[in-house]
Design a protein around this ligand. Sequence first.
Ligand SMILES: NC(=O)c1ccc[n+]([C@@H]2O[C@H](COP(=O)([O-])OP(=O)(O)OC[C@H]3O[C@@H](n4cnc5c(N)ncnc54)[C@H](OP(=O)(O)O)[C@@H]3O)[C@@H](O)[C@H]2O)c1
Length: 290
Amino acid sequence: MTTQISAPLNGTNIPDGETSGDAGVRIPLLGLGTWPMTGDECTEAVSSALEAGYRHLDTAENYGNEDAVGRAVVGSGLARDEVFVTSKFNRRWHGPVDSVRAGLEAALERAGLDYFDLYLVHWPNPDQGSYVQACESLVELTGTGLIRSWGVSNYKPAHLQQVLEAGLVPAVNQIHCQPLFAQPHVQEANAAAGVLTAAYTPIGRGSELLQQPAITRIASRLGRTPAQVVLRWHVQQGRIALPKSADPQRQRENLDVFSFELTAEDLATVDALDSATPSDSFMDADEFGH
Ligand SMILES: NC(=O)c1ccc[n+]([C@@H]2O[C@H](COP(=O)([O-])OP(=O)(O)OC[C@H]3O[C@@H](n4cnc5c(N)ncnc54)[C@H](OP(=O)(O)O)[C@@H]3O)[C@@H](O)[C@H]2O)c1
């Protein structure tokens, strides 16, 4: 089985800087993305990933697959504390703690789980004006036993700044991050605040990114696949990466990135593929959200 590497989480931060009693939470750097799988296809894919050694799963209310992911976790025979489960909630729950708690309890019920290891605000939805309050509610819920840590997703530096000014530090900001759209300004804002960056769409949906000569050249030299080179680029720089695959062989390939290293020159070569600017956006979190 591939050796997994994990990072410590600060997700139990509460406003006065103390931790709420669960400071030892660690997050495996490589997790399985589960969108857009649902139903039996999703349960089968997650089951094969757990068999292959994955110990981190990324689901969300919006994917409609918390039930399918939960079934695979429960059916795996693994102890619950051996698997790190992240979920995310939609805009309708943003608000005071009772509201976020209602969304969380419904999600846990769907998943058939007693708790999530990490629970994220999926999009800030600034038009609603409650993305800071949603974080305050998550802080209150951390330590109830229903979530072990909390974080955000798709928060731009300006959104994160509002959260920090309220005295709150998310454990994770999950963002679109891949070599052609790396968002270094968001990564830097996260790092400066002590927030771990988690990369979604980490291999660019397996499309033209994996045919870039800069990547295929490194892959041939190392006897690795292009996807492995890109995933290694993420984890070697301390990012969580959440590649989705329904295919057992690609799942194993994507997980097997802890037994080789990229050189500093390789890292710089992959870094150089990013030609996006801070104003470029696939889905602008000031406009889009759910
Ligand atoms: N927070 C958010 O707003 C947000 C937004 C989008 C996604 N996400 C999360 O991030 C996860 C991953 O992102 P994503 O699904 O957009 O993109 P991705 O993981 O970069 O790419 C997935 C695609 O790549 C293919 N693939 C997987 N491994 C491969 C390999 N080794 N070689 C070639 N192709 C490969 C998959 O096909 P097969 O299945 O056939 O292998 C699938 O079509 C999602 O599943 C979801 O959990 C979060």
